[in-house]
Design a protein around this ligand. Structure first.
Ligand SMILES: [Zn+2]
Length: 183
């Protein structure tokens, strides 16, 4: 019997041409990544540097009231007319862990705690060694839901001029997987 929510964790390998390069200096992607990453995960796509606008924060999260993130998203969608928003999490994240918050407080901690409570049943069914990676995936999917609450994002996505993608980067292999949102 299929367990609830487990389809959320399915992922497919992501290839370098997943988003084709325009071969011109036009910002077509807003990439939302984690600030504690010490790797070059933005280079998994074969794009010119000018094609990507990067916003980083702790845990690649969309937090209500985060003026920097909100302004970036609105500018990217309404003014730059980006075609894609990528939310990229990574395994081994120091922020997004299934249990410990390492003293993290405030809205970041609250959102992660809430997400954990919501999906505790799913996580508990997995081997302990997979809990953190599963939570990284769930967090990315949750941020996609938060992004879709921006009126600008919802409008552009509805017309097909904007696509949202959830990606998880494996720091050990240097590869990435694409997450599948529930329809
Ligand atoms: Zn991280």
């Amino acid at each position: 019997m299929r367990q609830p929510h487990l389809t959320n964790l399915e992922a497919t390998p992501l290839h370098a041409d997943f988003i084709p390069s325009l071969q011109q200096p036009t910002q077509q992607i807003l990439w939302i990544g984690c600030s504690d990453s010490c790797f070059q995960e933005t280079k998994i796509l074969d794009l010119l540097p000018d094609e990507m606008m990067v916003h980083r924060n702790m845990g690649n999260m969309i937090i209500d009231g985060d003026l920097s993130c909100e302004t970036t998203v609105k500018h990217a969608v309404s003014d730059l007319n980006v075609r894609h928003i990528v939310v990229c999490g990574h395994y081994g994240c120091g922020i997004v862990k299934s249990e410990s918050r390492d003293g993290l407080q405030g809205p970041w901690s609250s959102k992660l705690d809430s997400l954990h409570s919501m999906h505790k049943h799913t996580i508990d069914q997995l081997p302990c060694s997979e809990h953190d990676n599963a939570f990284v995936k769930l967090n990315v999917l949750d941020q996609l839901r938060s992004l879709r609450r921006f009126p600008e994002v919802a409008r552009a996505a509805k017309t097909g001029s904007l696509q949202l993608h959830g990606i998880v980067y494996d720091t050990k292999t240097g590869t990435a997987s694409r997450l599948l949102e529930e329809s």
